[in-house]
Ligand binder design. Structure first.
Ligand SMILES: C[S@@+](CC[C@H](N)C(=O)[O-])C[C@H]1O[C@@H](n2cnc3c(N)ncnc32)[C@H](O)[C@@H]1O
Length: 314
């Protein structure tokens, strides 16, 4: 099945990663392969690409197996956290890398597939796994939650208003096996700021998806391992779609760019820690009006890029 995913900030990703001909690239979130194609094209159709996705369906859908006959493209069905940890530790061949891209969250292909249960707009099994071969669907995950844990997930990952009351209603209604049954428990849609229609189920689905896929658990470590894998001058680019993700990326990059732990009143650095990266983008890069109008997913996208120095990671 062909991809319907429209990649976000593609021009900016290519401009900031700027792959030279023959570059060694790592796309940790292959999805429909749009970014990978753009990067390999910019690299003159040559070079090496390690393409990773936790969804085994991504590889075939991307069409990358045959698209660049002069490039060496390898697909790994894995979490990028694991792949980057393995590359950094030498358990997996392929480093050093010239460019790394992580474009977080689900793809439109996954969101639009009713069998995945990722969208509150289509009825389907209450699953939400990005990798349908691993872990457990939300319907089973809910069976292990109590009021406190589910409230925390709804609050922390979705900022869901009235999280405790909703958690109680969800737990009382178990077993919940379809997306429609979950939507029926959420408050009805209303007009939010700017007159835009808003459905509280959006936040509920986001929160449960993040929890069941453990999307935030190893993000900081993955960025750090990514930096470890880069060649000096190589770059890592991360696109985040909600504030929690973006905060983790921003704080991790800042820490690696400013590792000195000396008291601020010390006249000169005594800890000897040198930056492993410089921040290529001072602020997050966001989509322009035209892209935001053409691709609603681009509205919340925030791209951050850092460049590897020659200093070791402290
Ligand atoms: C936003 S889409 C990427 C779209 C892609 N950049 C493109 O141009 O089509 C995110 C993809 O990353 C995958 N994904 C999300 N988190 C992942 C993780 N931790 N490890 C590996 N793949 C992940 C999802 O399965 C999905 O296919």
């Amino acid at each position: 099945m062909a991809t319907h995913h429209l990649p976000v900030l593609t021009e900016a990703v290519v401009r900031w990663l700027d792959p030279r001909p023959g570059a060694t690239l790592f796309d940790g979130t292959l999805g429909g392969g749009g970014h990978s194609r753009a990067l390999l094209t910019a690299a003159g159709g040559r070079g090496r690409l390690i393409a990773v996705d936790r969804d085994p369906a991504a590889w075939e859908r991307s069409g990358l197996e045959t698209a660049f006959p002069e490039a060496e493209v390898r697909f790994l069905h894995a979490r990028f956290e694991t792949a980057l940890a393995d590359l950094a530790a030498g358990r997996l061949a392929g480093a050093p890398l010239d460019g790394i891209l992580l474009d977080l969250g689900p793809s439109s292909d996954q969101l639009n597939d009713p069998d995945r249960g990722l969208s509150f707009q289509v009825d389907g099994p209450l699953d939400m796994r990005l990798d349908p071969t691993a872990g457990e669907p939300v319907s089973a995950w809910l069976d292990q939650q109590d009021e406190a844990s589910l409230t925390r997930v709804l609050r922390d990952f979705g900022e869901v208003p009235g999280a405790r009351g909703l958690a109680r209603r969800i737990l009382a209604a178990r077993p919940i096996t379809t997306t429609a049954a979950l939507v029926a428990l959420c408050p009805p849609a209303h007009r939010g700021r700017g007159g835009r229609r808003h459905h509280p189920a959006t936040l509920v689905f986001q929160a449960l998806r993040i929890a069941v896929n453990a999307e935030l658990d190893h993000l900081a470590a993955a960025v750090e391992d990514g930096v470890r894998c880069l060649t000096p001058g190589g770059r890592i680019a991360v696109i985040a779609f909600h504030s929690l993700e973006d905060r983790i990326v921003k704080q991790t990059l800042r820490r690696l760019a400013h590792p000195c732990v000396c008291p601020p009143d010390l006249p000169a650095c005594a800890c000897g820690r040198r930056p492993a990266i410089t921040l290529a983008t001072r602020r997050a890069v966001v989509a322009g009006e035209a892209e935001r109008a053409a691709n609603p997913r681009a509205r919340s996208a925030r791209l951050r890029v850092a460049e590897r120095t020659t200093n070791p990671l402290s």
